[in-house]
Design a binder for this molecule. Structure first.
Ligand code: 5GP
Ligand code: ZN
Length: 117
């Protein structure tokens, strides 16, 4: 796993080469608003290091994978959507509609969400 991929849009956002509305950042994760929100709150939690898919994430990445979920919960709380509830989504591959091959967790909330599928 390389740390960054210069052709990856999310690596470029992490590097500040593409502007984004940042919500949270630490040494392992960045959260920014999705450019095409599907709900009043729609944020993306991404690892600072380039990870493509879960299937390509070695065991050594378990701490950062867990960190992404904790950060998702943190920003949901900070945005005030925790009590009403929210949804986390990780798209993997074409059938899920994954557009960006840099692992990310969608944090979606702020309205009643429809059933999955
Ligand atoms: P995926 O379908 O891969 O799970 O989700 C990719 C998400 O990234 C989409 O919801 C899309 O709107 C968002 N996205 C794609 N390009 C950009 C960008 O340049 N900036 C931001 N903020 N979001 C992006
Ligand atoms: Zn990347």
């Amino acid at each position: 796993m390389s740390n960054t991929d210069p052709g990856c849009i999310f690596c470029r956002i992490v590097a500040g080469q593409i502007p984004s509305t940042q919500v949270y950042r630490d040494d392992r994760a960045l959260v920014f608003n999705d450019i095409h929100p599907v709900a009043p709150f729609h944020m993306l939690v991404v690892p600072i290091k380039h990870i493509t898919f879960l299937a390509a994430a070695p065991e050594a990445t378990e701490p950062v994978l867990g960190h992404l979920l904790r950060v998702a919960a943190t920003v949901a709380s900070q945005k005030g959507i925790e009590a009403a509830g929210y949804r986390l989504v990780v798209n993997q591959g074409p059938n899920a509609g994954q557009e960006v091959d840099h692992l990310h967790v969608h944090v979606i909330g702020g309205r009643r969400l429809g059933r999955l599928g």
